[in-house]
Design a protein around this ligand. Structure first.
Ligand code: PEP
Ligand code: MG
Length: 595
């Protein structure tokens, strides 16, 4: 929706424009727009002094040399892959090696450093954009495919240049709002909420990992805004309304004032919720509901402790593999996990093994991992870990060592068959024996060993899985995706992603009952757990542990304390007899409204 016409000279809007998308992380961000042009996260931009040019050219040459070494190393490693994959990757890596061996990209960057005095990162970014535009104008499908190679190599060069010391977005004015075609979970991990007010993108669905990261960082976000990059320019004032799913460009004074008031109200509401921190999470009829935290990045431990979480119900270890080119060592992984365990001060921490794949990618795995044609159904999570047993054993060893510092549980993602549990357990035991031989301190006993229930087939076989493991974690995000065949990260089908579909609820109920019969603990750690709208239903189905982003915990606790578990059970019984999600939604909303 646009309220006035754009400026005819450059398409830049000067009047208020309202764009629609998916509100994936609540809150309101107001600030100057920063448009990320090429899909690569923010790079530092500065003009060089004439005497710094030689040094900058040298810095660039070193980044190129490093890229060559990395690519050769990747190529050597790829030789160990099965034939078809090795051939495909080697072809791709050859194309990349050719680019870093001498190409328009390299020449263009050098020229921009010398003639325009751009710093090297900026020069790579600018040259990549120029080449992409040039190729796109030629309308040749072969060249169009090469653009991706140039982008990949450009991104690698930038990563090498900025190194990990670079504080992403640190040069932006505070309260900047990031706008991009796509923001990956790894990009999100680089955002500092003290500096970035929020973000919006053209691509991405509500339950994709980028959306989850936004919620956990407390960054208001709107994804799937189709016209975004055509309508907004860096520097314009924008509002991101993560509740309503709107991006408002150049808001009028009146709109701005209205949003500033709303933002102040939301801050006041959060303050009000803080009065619940010291109060127990118990329903009105005395049923205790444990509320744990999901953690994406280690610094969230402070937030989990701050809101009084009962533990960490899900630590996604993917962050240890993001934004880097090499694999983390056992010692490195151990130190990070140890800090988390110590940070939780005796409260249990559930450590999940690597869940890379699908929409979650990690450059560190390099050629070990190719997404395949259907990534959500392909080599991801435990499947990848079992194909790379060394990787899994290293992770287990780090987890066992972290267990010397406090209670931990170990959780396997995307388990589809019993054999995966058995093989993983053997690897865990092997890791334990190796540590014992090395006399390295570790958890006194092997920690509880659990599986994520997030594949419909696994849910339907929950009885069998309950005999093989010590606890269940119900991952509703993937369970919904796979039950309804809706890509959780695709904005085009986001309207069909329905947590209240009877099939999803039946699988949740079936799994919960299997866990009860086997007397093993079950928690829900998908995004449903953090949405207070579903609290009554989940408690009504018999669930007594919920794990969610710390930012949602007090709102859910508030809901738990308003509820009567018995009435929630009666309402759940009625709901489970329904066949359409619309009717289920009104039965839930009526119940909630009457609280
Ligand atoms: C889930 O699928 O619900 C889950 C918690 O795991 P992730 O979101 O990391 O896939
Ligand atoms: Mg999952």
């Amino acid at each position: 929706m646009r309220t006035k016409t754009p400026n005819p000279t450059d398409g830049r809007e000067t009047e208020e424009v309202i764009l629609n998308g998916l509100g994936v992380a609540a809150g309101i961000a107001i600030g100057p727009a920063h448009v990320v042009e090429t899909g690569f996260a923010q790079v530092p931009e500065y003009v060089l002094t004439p005497d710094a040019l030689e040094e900058e050219k040298l810095r660039f040459a070193e980044a190129v040399a490093k890229a060559r070494r990395q690519l050769r190393k990747l190529k050597a490693k790829s030789a160990t892959l099965p034939d078809a994959a090795a051939e495909e990757i080697s072809y791709l890596l050859d194309a990349h090696l050719a680019i870093v061996g001498g190409s328009r990209l390299l020449r263009g960057v050098e020229q921009r450093i010398t003639e325009e005095r751009l710093n090297a990162e900026w020069a790579v970014q600018a040259e990549m954009t120029a080449i992409a535009q040039h190729f796109a104008a030629m309308d040749d499908p072969y060249l169009a495919a090469r653009i991706q190679d140039i982008r990949d190599v450009g991104a690698r060069l930038i990563r090498n240049l900025v190194d990990r010391k670079f504080q992403a977005y640190s040069t932006l004015p505070s309260d900047s709002v990031i706008l991009a075609e796509e923001i990956t979970p790894a990009d999100t991990a680089l955002m500092d909420p003290r500096r970035i007010a929020g973000f919006a993108t053209t691509l991405g669905g509500a339950e994709g990992h980028t959306a989850i990261m936004a919620r956990s960082l407390g960054l208001p976000a709107v994804l799937g805004v189709s016209e975004l990059l055509r309508r907004v320019h860096s520097g314009q004032t924008v509002i991101v309304d993560g509740n309503a799913g709107l991006v408002i460009v150049e808001p009028s004074q009146e709109t701005l004032a209205r949003y500033q008031d709303r933002r102040a109200e939301m801050v006041a509401e959060q303050q009000q919720l803080r009065t619940l921190i010291a109060l127990p999470s118990r329903t009105r009829d005395g049923v205790a509901v444990a509320l744990a935290a999901n953690v994406e990045l280690p610094h969230e431990i402070a937030a989990a402790v701050d809101v009084g979480a009962d533990g960490i119900g899900l630590l996604r270890t993917e962050f240890q593999f993001m934004n880097r080119e090499d694999l983390p060592t056992e010692q490195e992984q151990y130190e990070t996990l140890r800090d988390v365990v110590e940070g939780m001060n005796g409260r249990p921490v559930t450590l999940r093994t690597l869940d890379i794949g699908g929409e979650k990618l990690a450059s560190a795995l390099g050629p070990r991992f190719t997404p395949g044609n259907n990534p959500a159904l392909g080599l991801r999570a435990i499947r990848l870990s079992l194909r790379e047993p060394k990787l899994l054993e290293t992770q287990f060893a780090a987890m066992l060592r972290a267990g010397a510092h406090g209670p931990v549980r170990i959780l396997l993602p995307m388990v589809a068959n019993i054999e995966e549990v058995r093989r993983s357990r053997e690897i865990l035991q092997r890791a334990g024996r190796r540590l014992a031989r090395r006399r390295v301190p570790m958890a006194p006993d092997l920690p509880p060993f659990g599986v994520m229930i997030e594949i419909p087939g696994t849910a339907l076989a929950a009885d069998a899985f309950a005999r093989e493991c010590d606890f269940f974690a119900l991952g509703t995000n993937d369970l919904i995706q796979y039950t309804l065949a809706i890509d959780r990260g695709d904005e085009q089908v986001a309207h069909l992603y329905e947590p209240l579909h009877p099939a999803v609820l039946r699988l949740i109920q079936f799994t919960t009952q299997a866990a009860m019969r086997a007397r093993i603990p079950l928690s829900v750690c998908g995004e449903m757990a953090g949405d207070a709208r579903y609290t009554a239903l989940l408690i009504g189905l018999g669930i007594r542990e919920l794990s969610m982003t710390p930012a949602a915990l007090l709102r859910v606790k508030n809901r738990v304390r308003m509820l009567d578990a018995l009435s929630a059970r009666h309402r759940a019984d009625v709901i489970m007899d329904q066949s359409d999600s619309g009717r289920i939604a009104s039965l839930i909303d009526d119940f909630n409204d009457a609280l």
